[in-house]
Design a binder for this molecule. Structure first.
Ligand SMILES: Nc1ncnc2c1ncn2[C@@H]1O[C@H](COP(=O)(O)OP(=O)(O)OP(=O)(O)O)[C@@H](O)[C@H]1O
Length: 910
């Protein structure tokens, strides 16, 4: 039925009803008119009053009145009344027929027919009736053919206010139930959503409809959840308003008419009050909702709510169990409610609709349903947009862009947070090619959540969008910091470019610099609260960087997705509202707390494998529930990854994988492969904790202080550092151009030292493991070296007692010679790389004023406070941990940095 046609019909119904109301009014009008006549004739007036009081029909039976009318003086009264009466009957007799016809026209099927005709059948209509029968009425009770339908408008049209009479709750329930069943049976399953709230009952509001409550067609709100319902409705109104406005319409109905299809379900909210007035705040909200409801396809049915609602409202007032007065038929006509539909029939039919709805929605959807028909067709200049799940069969999208630049995801362990991230990453990567979207993925959790996106032993493919993948970084907060620094640098680079092109955001930059490479960057930090885990410099720097990126990233297309398992992660924000506020996209997994706004409890009731998406900073009206398909099951993501890899891997390098649980092997790092004679000689010591895959080393220039001290008792790490230093140096000298002098008084380390010496020799260099150190030191002091010499001293502290002894007749001790070698050696190409097992012994070795001779150090299990004398007195923060060293090179570092000593597989370990 076309909109204008139905409108016309509705007008006709209304005018027919008006006509009837007028006829009824005439009877009373007659009395008034008669009274005017009777002003000149008191008797006439009295008589008429009597007639009117009795009613025309009754008066005709009343002998006394009849006698009075027969009096000649009253002839005028008598004939006038007769005319009125005749005219009334002529007109009124046609009203029921006209009404019946019109209601039949506007209200087909379940809108009007008795339940036997439609109950239990599944509706197919997308254009439901406009009037819904609730009962019938007649102008004269004597003739049953005069009965006509009493019906009320509902969807898009009107609210309904029902006022019960005492002890009529059962009848009201039956009335509402029948009305809802008429509506639900008229339209296709899912096209109408019913929300039920009852102020006084916990469980049994219209129980016959309960089979529907396992679907979206029926949502029940217990008495305490009025606010949830009001939030839901007002959120819906705002969303529809925004949607419709964007598409150039003013209402859902208008949008539906223009598109020729239903875009959103209608909603009917039934509110059962108890006759008492509402508190100011919810009432205000209810009135606001009522005012905007029709445009959003919402109708309210308010039962025993003694307030005037906004919007158009029809009323039904019960006089007793059967008799009602409705605003449709006017105050003077009493209608009869239809009898209740037997409850078994209602629940049976509700069950059928529920089944049809479940079948229609096709059950849970899969990850493949999130993917577009073709890979990589989307453009990210304006925003990123991708579905992550489904609500009632319809996709629910995440939008990352100007109005929702950053996201906060929360959910307890096992709630599907990681799975959600996979769904999101997959959906994005399938839509945007790597030139449009670059991913930086960091997981502070122990485990390998993102490791599969980098090439691995089992699967050699990688996600071409991923530039960096950090896993097992829970103890390497510095890596998080490195990522933030990288993003902040990129932010600066982009804003400089934007300024140069005189634009203010990424979309502008891309337009002005079409050949530039400006993908949107999405950085995911899972369990980001680890960044703030200590009261230290890392936390302070992370906070500052994060705030900066959060604030300015929006314009430059740099987006943060911060995920956290528990409240702790969110609490980390409490002192940092800037970051929190910028995360306007909130995603709450079931049972997540504090991710959404304080009063928004949607996540509490979200079912398993669902997420509540909210692009409005977590305010309730922004809630969108979505079922998230399984994206982390076996082969699910991997299948997409392979397709993406096939499509893009040729042009996009593998991501850098940083795995905190696996130290790199010296021979595998690019920096080692690139070493060759001729450049500045650099001894590699370990891996930098950085976004780029870089090794960290000490440059052995011919300058004072170019020696290295390794400090601490951790033998494996100490061996590793000296080992990689020697091996990397070996690659930078031509054969015979360097001599390695090794000395190791620590028994258990000796095999490793001997093995190193053999390997150095095999490399073509001279390498000697010394039996004693003192004579060699004396020689080094005495002669000018012909070649570069590298002194590798293991456990120097063990050597000290013997070095301190002066040989008889000698002025200088071995220790004196060592001090000279440390001081003067580097200038002549003799560098000492030594391992002291404690800082005190290093001080003893260096003596007064000797600290400058150690230009660089790598500390292992040594407390920070012991290190400041070797770092120009600055406060050093360092909590020693296995597999890590704190490295400081006076000539290159402002502050020390954490490095990862290389792994020495298949080599002797102490
Ligand atoms: N939407 C889903 N459909 C089916 N299975 C899922 C879904 N989401 C998660 N799972 C499964 O549930 C388990 C836990 O999910 P997931 O690892 O994503 O949770 P999490 O919140 O990240 O937990 P944690 O933080 O402990 O890793 C996984 O085995 C995952 O495969």
């Amino acid at each position: 039925m076309g909109f204008s046609k139905s409108n016309e019909q509705r007008t006709r119904v209304m005018s027919a009803l008006d006509a009837m109301r007028q006829q009824i009014g005439l009877v009373l009008g007659a009395a008034r008119a008669g009274r005017e006549v009777a002003e000149t004739e008191l008797a006439g007036l009295e008589l008429e009053q009597k007639v009117v009081h009795a009613g025309l029909d009754e008066a005709a039976q009343d002998e006394e009145i009849l006698a009075a009318l027969r009096r000649p003086a009253m002839s005028q009264v008598s004939s006038w009344l007769n005319t009125v009466r005749a005219q009334f009957h002529t007109d009124a007799s046609t009203v029921p027929r006209r009404l019946r016809e019109l209601v039949a026209e506007t209200s087909a099927g379940a809108g009007r027919l008795p339940p036997g005709e439609w109950l239990g059948k599944i509706g197919t209509g997308s254009a439901p009736p406009e009037l819904w029968r609730v009962g019938s009425a007649a102008l004269s009770t004597s003739d049953p053919r005069d009965r006509f339908d009493v019906a009320v408008p509902l969807l898009d049209e009107s609210h309904l206010a029902i006022t019960p009479a005492p002890k009529t709750r059962e009848q009201v329930d039956a009335l509402v139930e029948a009305l809802l069943m008429r509506v639900l049976s008229s339209v296709e399953p899912g096209a109408v959503r019913v929300h039920l709230w009852d102020i006084g009952q916990l469980t049994s509001v219209l129980p016959n409809l309960y089979p529907l409550s396992k679907t979206s067609a029926l949502t029940l709100y217990d008495p305490t959840r009025l606010q949830d319902l009001l939030d839901e409705l007002s959120g819906h109104i705002r969303r529809i308003h925004a949607q419709a406005m964007q598409a150039g319409h003013t209402s859902l109905r208008g949008m539906r008419a223009a598109l020729g299809k239903r875009t959103e379900p209608w909603r009917i909210a039934v509110l059962f009050g108890n006759g008492e007035t509402w508190a100011t705040e919810p009432l205000r909200e209810l009135k606001r909702i009522a005012g905007g409801a029709h445009a959003a396809g919402i109708s309210l049915i308010a039962v025993d709510v003694p307030h005037v609602l906004g919007g158009s409202v029809e009323n039904i007032r019960l006089l007793d169990e059967r008799r009602v007065v409705t605003s449709m038929t006017g105050p003077n006509l009493v209608a009869q409610l239809d009898p209740a539909i037997p409850s078994g029939q209602v629940s049976g039919a509700a069950g059928k609709i529920a089944e049809a709805l479940i079948a229609r929605q096709g059950g849970p959807r899969s990850f493949a349903d999130l993917l577009p028909p073709e890979l990589g067709k989307a453009n990210s200049a304006e925003e990123l947009r991708a579905p992550v799940g489904f609500f009632e069969g319809d996709p629910v999208e995440v939008v990352i862009g100007d109005s929702s630049p950053h996201a906060l995801i929360g959910g307890p362990s096992g709630s599907g947070k990681t799975n959600f991230l996979y769904a999101l990453l997959g959906s994005l990567a399938a839509r945007y090619p790597p030139d449009e979207l670059a991913l930086y993925l960091l997981d502070f959790k122990e485990g390998v959540s993102f490791a599969g996106l980098a090439p691995g032993r089992k699967d050699a493919t990688w996600l071409p969008h991923a530039k960096l993948i950090g896993v097992n970084v829970n103890t390497d907060r510095e890596f998080g910091l490195a990522l933030l620094r990288f993003l902040s640098d990129e932010l600066r680079r982009r804003s400089t470019a934007a300024k140069e092109h005189e634009v203010t955001n990424l979309a502008g930059l891309r337009q002005e610099d079409p050949d530039g490479h400006w993908p949107r960057i999405v950085a995911v930090v899972d369990e980001f609260q680890y960044l703030f885990a200590g009261r230290d410099a890392v936390t302070n720097q992370a906070t500052a960087l994060l705030e900066d990126i959060a604030r300015r990233g929006r314009a430059q297309g740099i987006h943060l997705i911060l995920a956290s398992q528990d409240v702790a992660g969110i609490e980390a924000f409490w002192g940092k509202p800037a970051v929190f506020e910028q995360c306007t996209l909130r995603i709450a997994m079931p049972k997540a707390r504090r991710v959404l706004a304080e009063a928004n409890t949607a996540a509490v009731s979200a079912p398993r494998w669902h997420a509540v998406l909210n692009h409005d900073s977590g305010v309730a009206h922004g809630n969108q529930l979505a079922h998230v398909p399984d994206a982390s099951g076996k082969d699910v993501f991997a299948t997409l990854q392979r397709r993406l890899w096939d499509a893009y891997a040729d042009e996009h390098d593998r991501p850098r994988l940083f795995d905190g649980a696996h130290s790199p092997v010296l021979e595998h790092v690019p920096a080692f492969g690139e070493l060759k004679p001729g450049g500045a000689v650099t001894a590699l010591l370990g891996q930098s904790i950085d976004v780029e895959d870089t090794a960290c080393g000490i440059e052995l220039a011919h300058a004072p202080g170019r020696n290295l001290a390794v400090l601490g008792t951790a033998a494996a790490e100490a061996l590793s550092i000296l080992d990689s230093a020697a091996r990397s140096l070996a690659r930078q000298y031509e054969e015979g151009a360097v001599e390695f002098l090794l000395r190791c008084p620590v028994e258990r380390c000796l095999p490793a030292v001997e093995r190193l010496a053999e390997d150095l020799v095999a490399h073509g260099h001279r390498a000697v493991v010394l039996d004693s150190l003192a004579p060699t030191l004396a020689e080094l002091v005495a002669a000018e070296p012909e070649t570069a010499k590298i002194l590798l001293l293991y456990g120097v502290d063990a050597e000290l007692p013997s070095l301190e002894v002066k040989e008889p007749g000698q002025l200088k001790s071995g220790l004196d010679h060592l001090r000279v070698v440390l001081k003067q050696g580097p200038g002549k190409g003799t560098h000492t790389l030594g391992w002291w097992r404690g800082t005190a012994r290093l001080k003893d070795t260096l003596g007064f004023g000797g600290n400058d001779d150690i230009g660089a150090w790598a500390a292992l299990d040594v407390q920070g406070s012991e290190l400041s004398p070797f770092a120009a007195g600055q406060v050093v923060h360092w909590s020693p941990r296995p597999g890590r060293a704190l490295y400081f090179d006076r000539s290159t570092h402002a502050t020390p940095e954490v490095i990862i000593p290389f792994l020495r597989p298949d080599r002797e370990n102490p």
